[in-house]
Design a protein around this ligand. Structure first.
Ligand SMILES: [Ca+2]
Ligand SMILES: [Ca+2]
Ligand SMILES: [Ca+2]
Ligand SMILES: [Ca+2]
Length: 385
């Protein structure tokens, strides 16, 4: 797909945007070893699940057990360290629904909670139950541990690759009401579980990568329990977790961070070049923005070139006069490690020329280097006009 635009007259003050969140290689001509990676990426600012909010409840195991004898949790201490493992929580999860409507709710149920971010941590200090309130203390400790929680929300998914991740202590499971149009490892999702690690464990990260092949509206259910001692539930989801890089690293589940580092090509001067042109001749405001992180060795540099004649000639961004970058230059050069997580993605903006045939390219130069490092990563590229 090329990105050739024929503009209607631009309405003053209105900005349109062309965007690439690191997931559309057909927008680019790759030189050298430039390509996509999911080693580092910056999730798009779009809320990955679409409009909606989580709605959740916390269930105190002992009180639920007492009020629901049919669950078979005949001894309250089974909820804790009673040798019953996850069984009491499986019984609650499979038999007790979230209450609907306004409260008051049945004994042993607290909520509803509508957190923007599901981030719960229980330590021996104050308990953070999905918000600033220390419910474990306020409710006489019933909700401090031996608790089950269930959050639900509607998700509007679009075709793309979603990464769901939980961090849990103890059990967690994530389910989708709709499994049509979801691929795991290239195969259709069987059943409704996206994550199922519903057992006693220390803090554990579970990740599932789902390829969504069609627009889906589904109900997500996130269930969790903390049986004893410390507890943790952190949920995150992002869409199309890729970026572009000059030297894609090789996935290796056994390596630190899950990848073997492939360093930049030496000696090279390769680029990732826009596969097309923008007609910005009628646009009073024109801006290229992108996110970047990098790790460069001595005598290596990264910069942007701009062409106004469809790629016949190029100038360094810093030589584009009035169109120079927001702080006077986009170049970075070694010896400089600026990679996550210790370094946040850097947002950059470049004013583009008011021209009919604007192109740009991201260039990695290693000609003068005696060695190379991991390279540069680019994400969330946008042209606004
Ligand atoms: Ca409890
Ligand atoms: Ca625990
Ligand atoms: Ca991305
Ligand atoms: Ca690399």
């Amino acid at each position: 797909m090329s990105v050739r635009f024929g503009f209607s007259p631009i309405i003053s003050g209105t900005w349109s945007a062309w965007e690439d969140n690191g997931n559309n290689p057909s927008n680019w001509i790759f030189e050298g070893s430039w390509g996509m990676t999911n080693h580092y990426y910056n999730s798009s600012t779009t809320e990955a699940l679409g409009p909606g909010e989580w709605r959740g409840f916390i269930f105190d195991c002992e009180q639920i057990a007492a009020a629901n004898p049919a669950l078979g949790i005949t001894e309250p201490w089974w909820c804790g360290d009673g040798g019953r493992g996850a069984a009491p929580y499986i019984a609650i999860a499979n038999n007790i629904s979230n209450p609907t409507g306004a409260g008051p709710y049945p004994t042993g149920i607290l909520g509803p909670f509508t957190p923007e971010l599901i981030d719960y941590r229980r330590t021996w200090g104050p308990d953070n139950f999905f918000g600033p309130t220390d419910l474990g203390v306020q409710h006489g400790g019933e909700y401090a541990d031996t608790v089950f929680a269930r959050f639900t929300r509607t998700a509007s998914l679009v075709p793309g690759v979603y990464t769901f991740q939980t961090r849990s202590d103890d059990g967690v499971r994530l389910r989708t009401s709709v499994n049509t149009g979801m691929l795991l490892g290239g195969s259709p999702l069987v059943g409704n579980d996206l994550i199922n690690n519903f057992n006693d464990h220390a803090e554990t990260v579970d990740t599932v990568v789902v390829q969504v092949t069609q627009a889906i509206t589904t109900e997500l259910t996130l269930e969790f329990y903390n049986k004893w001692s410390n507890g943790r539930l952190l949920f995150s989801v992002s869409l199309d977790d890729y970026s572009y890089t000059d030297s894609p690293n090789t996935p290796n589940p056994l390596a630190t961070g899950g990848f073997d580092v492939v360093t930049s090509i030496r000696y090279g001067n390769s680029s990732m070049m826009l596969n097309g042109t923008f007609d910005l001749s009628s646009a009073p405001n024109r801006r290229l923005s992108y996110d970047r992180v990098w790790n460069l060795a001595n005598n290596q540099s990264f910069h942007i070139d701009i062409s106004t004649n469809g790629g016949f000639t190029w100038v360094r961004e810093w030589d584009v006069g009035a169109y120079a970058g927001s702080d006077g230059g986009e170049s970075v050069w070694g010896n400089w490690d600026f990679l996550p997580p210790s370094n946040p993605w850097q947002r950059r903006e470049v004013i583009l020329p008011q021209s009919a045939n604007v192109m740009f390219r991201f260039r990695m130069e290693t000609i003068a280097g005696s060695s190379t490092s991991d390279g540069v990563y680019i994400d969330n590229i946008a042209v606004q006009y």
